[in-house]
Structures are given as C-alpha cells and as structure tokens.
Design a protein around this ligand. Structure first.
Ligand SMILES: Nc1nc2c(c(=O)[nH]1)N[C@H]1C(S)=C(S)[C@@H](COP(=O)(O)OP(=O)(O)OC[C@H]3O[C@@H](n4cnc5c(=O)[nH]c(N)nc54)[C@H](O)[C@@H]3O)O[C@H]1N2
Ligand SMILES: Nc1nc2c(c(=O)[nH]1)N[C@H]1C(S)=C(S)[C@@H](COP(=O)(O)OP(=O)(O)OC[C@H]3O[C@@H](n4cnc5c(=O)[nH]c(N)nc54)[C@H](O)[C@@H]3O)O[C@H]1N2
Ligand SMILES: [Mo]
Length: 570
C-alpha cells in the first residue's frame, strides 16, 4: 500500500498546528500519523472539507466563464494606472505558493501591504530580545513540567500541540476563564493590558524567591540588572491593584514552579495593543530572568507564533521596489482597483465601516475559494481551486514540521490556482516569467533550516506603556476578541454575540448597542461568567466587532491593535 508519497495534503488553515493529512486508496482525506497531527484532524479541517466552494466566476453579479473573467481582469489592468492599484493578500491559505500572484502584482507596479492583522507586535518584541522570532524545539516543551498558558487559548487554537502535553500542570493567565482553567493549578484572571506589569511583579518575586537563573543571566544575557531595576519601580501593592492579581496568587505561582522546568505558551492576547511589542518583550524578559531560554537545559522556554518563513527565502519576491501600505490602514478608496486574495477584510480588518465605504468606491477583484462577506462588494470574483487540487508547502509557526500538499483531486474546470493565475497574467503582460511550479515547490519542501541559533538574550531596559485602566471611565468596558473553536477567523461557523459577565446587569438575549470612538454596532447579549467583569468579549469572525476597533497601526510593527479601545454598552 502506498502510504505517504504524492498523496499528502497539508491543512492550509492559519493555525499553530499545520497538520499533515493524506488521501487514502478510496480518495478519503485522513489525518496522517506524523508527529504533531497524530491521526486526528480538528473541527475546522472537517469544515474546510465540506466548504461550499465557488464554482463559477462572477462579474457584476452575473456568472461568467473563467476565461471571460480572466479577460475582464486583463482588460481592467490595462486600463487603470498600476500605481493606483493594490494587491491585498490575507491568510486564508498559508501555503507558500499563495505568494505567486504577488510576483505578478509587484512587476505590474501595484502597491503592496506590510505588517499584519495578527501576531506582528509580539513578533517584534520576541525578535528584539532573541534576535529572531523563532521558538525553542518542541522537545523542550514536551520535557517541561509546568506550562504557563499566557494570553493564549491553548487547547482550542493549537489542539494538536496541546495534545502532546495535556497531562502537565497548567497555570493560566487570561482575563477569560478559558476551557483549560478547569484543570489548571492556578488561574490569574488579570486586567486586560496589564501583562507587562504582571511580568515585572513576578520578576520581583522571582528575585525574592531566588529562582532567577544567575548563571544564565551572567553568561548569556545583557541588561538583566536594568530590567530588575524596572521591576523595582513600583511597590508590590500597586502591581496587585493594577493587575488585579493579589500577592497570595502571585506567590502561588512560585510554589507551583519551584524546582520544576517551565514552558510559557504565549499567545496573541497580550499584544493586541499599541505597545504590543514592548509588552511581549517584557514577558520574554521575565522568562529569561527565570532562565527558561538557557541553552544548557533540555526543557523549558517561551513559545509564541514563530516566523514561519525563518531561514527560507521568499522565492516569489524578486527585486520588489513597490511601495507598501500598512495592512490595517489600507483605505480601499485610494485605489482604482484592489485585488483581494484569501482575505475577508469586511469582517477581519479593523474598522468595518471604513473598509466597506472604501470597497464601494473602487473596482474590487476577489480571488478566493468561497463566497465571503467581502464578495458582496466585489465587481469581479475569481474562484481559486481547493487546497486538494494544488501543490503547496505549509511552513508552520507553532513547531518546525512543514506539511506538504500534492494535487490529490482533479481541479474543477472553473477554478484556477494561485500559481496558474500568476503565470497567466505574467504571460499576458509579457513580464519576466516564473520558474516551473516544481522549482518553488521543491525548494520549500526540501530546504533545511537551522533553528538552533540561540546566542544571547537582550533584556528590555526601558518601558513606556499607557495602560487602558488609566483612561477607562466607570461606564466603559475593555474589548476582548479571541478565536472560537468552530471558526477559523471569519470562515465556517460564526458567532455574532457579545459575551458579558452577569454582574454587569445585562439580560441574556437582549439587544444592546455597543460604541467606541471608532464606531458602533448592535449585538445580542450572552451571559457568561467566564468573562472577567468590565470586559466585553467577542469571538473572531463576529461580523460586527470590527465596527468598534481602531484601524491605526501599533507602535512598532505596522500591525493592527484590535484591543486598544474601550467601549460603552447601551
Ligand atoms: N479554533 C481556532 N483556532 C485558531 C484560529 C481560529 O480562528 N479558530 N485562528 C488561528 C490564528 S489566525 C491565530 S493568530 C491563532 C491565535 O491563537 P491565540 O494565541 O490563542 O489567540 P486568541 O484566541 O486571539 O487570544 C488568546 C487569549 O488571549 C486572551 N486575552 C485577551 N486580552 C488579553 C490580555 O490583555 N492579556 C492576556 N494575558 N490575555 C488576553 C483571550 O481571552 C484569549 O483567551 O490561533 C489560530 N488557531
Ligand atoms: N475582531 C477580530 N478581528 C480579527 C481577529 C480577532 O481575533 N478578532 N483576528 C485577526 C487575525 S489573528 C487574523 S490572522 C486575521 C485573518 O484575516 P483574513 O486574512 O482576512 O482571514 P479570514 O477572515 O479567515 O478570510 C480568509 C479568506 O480566505 C479564503 N481562502 C481560503 N483558502 C483559500 C485559498 O486556497 N486561496 C484563496 N485565494 N483564498 C482562500 C477564505 O474563503 C476566506 O474567506 O483576522 C484578524 N481579525
Ligand atoms: Mo492570526
């Protein structure tokens, strides 16, 4: 029996786990038994297999043939001023071959984007301390005794990684009682955007408890004394008040980790703010203070979303000189034509009202696999083929095992892959041709990367952060937005509720209007005491949350900062 050869398929979804599946003798898609995937596929993958794929191109709300749609696209691209066009790529499919169209649009002269809607701030923070945004090896995670889950819904957003370590001891740091809290030894339900203060607070106690790794600090680090000075800047009572974590709880942290090896699983939650990079670096500095990065140990560390392309070249990006616009700040109306690929900005980008108003004033080309909210504003829709019908390689951000995709299903004739579309357009415009598809595929499939590069750690030495609690008025709420088990951002099963603690005095099932200085929208209330008081919680993919969020970029990484906002509820 052929087991894994050219029948492999990679899960293309934006997720820490990057699963490897395969197509069996009966063309059924199954989970491989390879390492992380380990014979199980998650709910989202099953939804993806059942996805209602686009089977027809659409022009001005009428179905047209793929050929017709492509000729309209070519004609339109010939008419408009290339400098007034935008290439906007989302993270609907994280395969490397998805970058092919960017090669055409950069040769054509479109504006491109920079920054992220996702992990950018935290990524910069990690890089500033360690030199690169890469994670320790998964073996070090598996060898750890205690896992601190910090601003990350670990069992939901990376269920396969979680499966590897589910029997460990857990500590959870989150404003929400996430499912893992049930089995955690300690839950610190902190006030949003106070993680840097908690990191400093714990650093002081670590010193008092003598759990700082003195040898590591001397040999591998710079600036730990300054960092400790920062930690001493505030009295403990002030940290208690600001973070909402009492001293007893903070001490309990040290009782649990005493003489144990510790892994911190850090997530997006801590960095969805203006100073997201600084906050993250502060937490990574606390981890370094404990010696979690010590290369002489075989356990412990801090894991974030690593830079999945670390150590690889982007082969499709040849000689790019195009101007780049910050992704979250894109104003679609500034362009004559916008080409949107694998993204759903109407739901996923911040400030929905501004996004929609912009899309209404430009020629929108949507290139994707399904009819999403952004398609309503598209003039031309081009169906991309299913991940089962195109070759690709998925580089992971939660671990280092890439997943491979072959063409295991015949492509629907009305759809086109990203590589094919790019080649077609390059040919029409007589630009510099792409290499063969296999040239790219084989590179990403075979290239070897050395992830073991830890040399030294640089502590954060100064800190300027404006906490939200300082501006927050009595009748205002923190906005919390996080992933749901049944959706992958705006794909699959969507939940449009606002979740509130019963102590806020709202009635479940009632409609409320929620407003911020950026916009307003209506929501139906669900009462959930897992949510910290004074927080309004929304799942990612909620069609209305981003009416409330700011589109301005964060301080350092050209990224969105969805939670840098306070809201009122009526
Ligand atoms: N099922 C599922 N899995 C997914 C996704 C999905 O949509 N659905 N999306 C994928 C993507 S694109 C990404 S980027 C990853 C992200 O996965 P995670 O890193 O888990 O990110 P989030 O779910 O956004 O937020 C994590 C947690 O941060 C908490 N949080 C919010 N504010 C704060 C704060 O100020 N401090 C602290 N300490 N915690 C806070 C939230 O309550 C939430 O529990 O997940 C991937 N996996
Ligand atoms: N309120 C709020 N907003 C958020 C977040 C949040 O937690 N809360 N999370 C943020 C995060 S972490 C992220 S990563 C972003 C994600 O934001 P986006 O990158 O916009 O991702 P999605 O909204 O999931 O939309 C992806 C689209 O890609 C399409 N697609 C899937 N596969 C393919 C393919 O093979 N080819 C093509 N061409 N298209 C495909 C799907 O049909 C889908 O409509 O959202 C951000 N926005
Ligand atoms: Mo993301």
């Amino acid at each position: 029996m052929k087991k894994y050869k050219d029948n492999l398929v990679a899960c293309p979804l934006d997720c820490y786990d990057a699963c490897q599946a395969y197509s069996d003798e009966k063309d059924k898609i199954k989970a491989s038994d390879l390492y992380i995937t380990n014979k199980k596929l998650c709910t989202k993958f099953h939804y993806l297999l059942q996805e209602d794929y686009l089977k027809k191109a659409i022009y001005k709300d009428e179905e047209v043939s793929l050929d017709k749609a492509l000729s309209i696209l070519v004609q339109k691209l010939q008419e408009v001023n290339p400098a007034k066009t935008l290439y906007y790529k989302g993270s609907g499919n994280l395969g490397r071959m998805q970058y092919a169209p960017r090669n055409f649009f950069s040769q054509y002269g479109s504006k491109l984007t920079k920054g992220s809607l996702c992990d950018g701030g935290g990524g910069i923070g990690i890089e500033q301390g360690r030199g690169a945004t890469i994670n320790p090896s998964i073996d070090r995670l598996i060898n750890s005794d205690v896992i601190v889950v910090w601003g990350r819904n670990f069992s939901i957003t990376s269920p396969h990684l979680y499966e590897l370590v589910k029997d460990k001891e857990f500590i959870v740091i989150d404003p929400v009682a996430i499912p893992l809290v049930k089995k955690a030894k300690l839950f610190m339900q902190l006030t949003p955007k106070t993680d840097y203060e908690l990191a400093l607070y714990l650093t002081r106690l670590a010193f008092m408890e003598k759990v700082d790794d003195v040898e590591f600090l001397e040999k591998y680090c710079e600036g730990s004394e300054w960092f400790f000075e920062l930690a001493k800047n505030k009295p403990l009572v002030e940290y208690e008040k600001n973070t909402g974590i009492c001293l007893d709880k903070a001490y309990e942290f040290f009782e649990i980790i005493k003489d144990k090896s510790v892994a911190i699983m850090l997530g997006l939650g801590v960095q969805k703010y203006f100073e997201g990079a600084t906050i993250t670096r502060c937490i990574d500095s606390f981890a370094a203070f404990l010696g979690l990065h010590n290369p002489n140990n075989s356990a412990g560390g801090l894991w974030y979303l690593s830079d999945s392309s670390y150590g690889y070249e982007n082969l499709f990006d040849t000689n790019i000189k195009n101007k780049k616009i910050t992704l979250c700040e894109v104003d679609f109306k500034d362009f004559e034509l916008c080409f949107i690929q694998g993204a759903n900005p109407v739901v996923s980008s911040p400030n929905t009202k501004r996004v929609i108003e912009g899309l209404e004033k430009t020629f929108v080309v949507y290139f994707g696999i399904s009819y999403n909210d952004t398609c309503k504003y598209a003039d031309l829709i081009i169906p991309s083929c299913s991940f089962l019908s195109k070759k690709d390689v998925r580089l992971p951000y939660g671990h280092t095992q890439r997943a491979i995709s072959y063409e295991v299903e015949k492509k629907d004739k009305n759809t086109i892959s990203e590589y094919e579309l790019a080649s077609f357009l390059i040919d029409k415009f007589d630009f510099e041709s792409l290499e063969d598809e296999d040239y790219y595929f084989n590179y990403y499939k075979n290239h070897k990367v050395d992830y073991d590069i830890f040399e030294k750690f640089e502590f954060i030495e100064e800190l300027e952060i404006e906490p939200l609690y300082r501006q927050k008025k009595e009748d205002e709420y923190y906005l919390i937005t996080a992933k749901s088990k049944k959706s992958l951002n705006s794909q699959f099963k969507i939940d449009n509720f606002v979740y509130l603690n019963e102590k806020e005095g709202f009635e479940g099932g009632r409609e409320v209007e929620i407003s911020s200085k950026y916009g307003k929208a209506k929501f139906i209330v669900k009462i959930d005491n897992a949510i910290k008081e004074k927080c309004a919680f929304f799942y990612s993919g909620n069609k209305n949350t981003n009416y409330l969020t700011p589109y301005k970029q964060d301080e350092e990484s050209n990224s969105a900062m969805y939670q840098e906002v306070l809201v009122k509820i009526r």
